[in-house]
Design a protein around this ligand. Structure first.
Ligand code: IMP
Length: 197
């Protein structure tokens, strides 16, 4: 079980992610600093699983800084196309980060295979690494289905084609506050926080 006090590196160069994680950790008396602020290099995500990539990023930051480090890796798995885009969710959007294009590709791949299963899940894995190399991971998921055409402009990434189970609106049609508690990220955090108590 990880034990936390003092400073922790958030192994991300994304300011939004660092802020979000910092706010979640502040009540525990933990000060989050970003890998970017410490000038740590961003490792290439060479693994083929969310767990592998999250652990790789956390381990690299912990080793380079001598502090405990937290990293996350997330994406969308669409069952009718074998779990794609999965760990390649960001890469499907191409160098221009065009998620209209990435969503179109999900739709086309489903059509190409004549898929009848539109179920999908967002996955988030958080990895906590100690400077001595020990790593623990926590996984959260949000289950739902792929809809076409995309609906809503409020979210990011694949939100407009993801409709969570039991609801008739997509993540893209929900406010940030409404979406947050049902996200894969919030659920992974719940598990991490439970392990610290
Ligand atoms: P990474 O975890 O930063 O490597 O990227 C994961 C990719 O998955 C992002 O580029 C997003 O497009 C997608 N993704 C992860 N979480 C969400 C979400 O809550 N909504 C929409 N897309 C997401």
């Amino acid at each position: 079980m990880p034990h936390l006090s003092g400073r922790l590196v958030v192994a991300s160069h994304n300011a939004g992610k660092v802020r979000e994680i910092g706010a979640l950790l502040a009540p525990l008396g933990v000060e989050a600093v970003s890998a970017g602020d410490l000038g740590l290099p961003e490792p290439e995500e060479t693994e083929t699983t969310f767990v592998g990539n999250a652990a790789l990023k956390a381990r690299a930051a912990a080793e380079a800084s001598g502090l405990p480090a937290l990293a996350d890796d997330s994406g969308l798995e669409v069952f009718g196309i074998g779990g794609d885009p999965g760990v390649y969710s960001a890469r499907w959007a191409g160098p221009n980060k065009d998620f209209g294009f990435a969503m179109q590709r999900v739709h086309e791949e489903l059509q190409k295979r004549g898929a009848t299963d539109f179920s999908a899940r967002f996955v988030c894995v958080l990895a906590m690494a100690e400077p001595d190399g020990a790593v623990e991971t926590f996984e959260g998921e949000a289950r739902g289905m792929i809809v076409w055409p995309p609906r809503g402009t409020k979210g990011f990434g694949y939100d407009p084609i993801f409709q969570p189970n039991g609801l008739d609106r997509t993540f893209g049609e929900m406010s940030h506050d409404e979406k947050l508690p049902m996200t894969h990220r919030a659920r992974a955090f719940e598990k991490l926080l439970a392990s610290l108590k």
